[in-house]
Unconditional design. Structure first.
Length: 109
């Protein structure tokens, strides 16, 4: 009997857990914006369902090399699979939500 391959988990699944790694380059304005933006997105869309690790490429160069980071900021969605990468300050929320397979925020009156 062949091994069963688990079905991929969509980011839209209510119980999906997310694991992110955000690489930044020091305390530049772009790095600060990326950190602020991803935290806002996670709190608005994934409250209680995510882990975010921020890593400075200058302080964690071995990790950055292992993850093949060539530009910062870089956000890696490690889980759910498949892995996804986004670059920049993550200020285009609609693009970030689509790339992470998250539904847009509900409109508030």
């Amino acid at each position: 009997m062949p091994d069963e391959v688990p079905a991929p988990v969509s980011g839209r699944s209510p119980g999906a857990r997310f694991v992110f790694r955000l690489y930044v380059a020091g305390s530049t304005p772009q790095s600060s914006r990326a950190i602020t933006n991803i935290k806002k997105i996670c709190e608005a869309h994934l409250k209680g369902r995510y882990t975010l690790t921020v890593m400075d490429v200058y302080e964690r160069s071995a990790h950055a090399a292992e993850d093949q980071i060539i530009v910062a900021p870089t956000l890696i969605r490690q889980l759910p699979l498949p892995e996804r990468r986004l670059f920049g300050d993550l200020s285009h929320t609609a693009h970030v939500l689509a790339a992470l397979d998250l539904p847009p925020a509900p409109h508030q009156p």
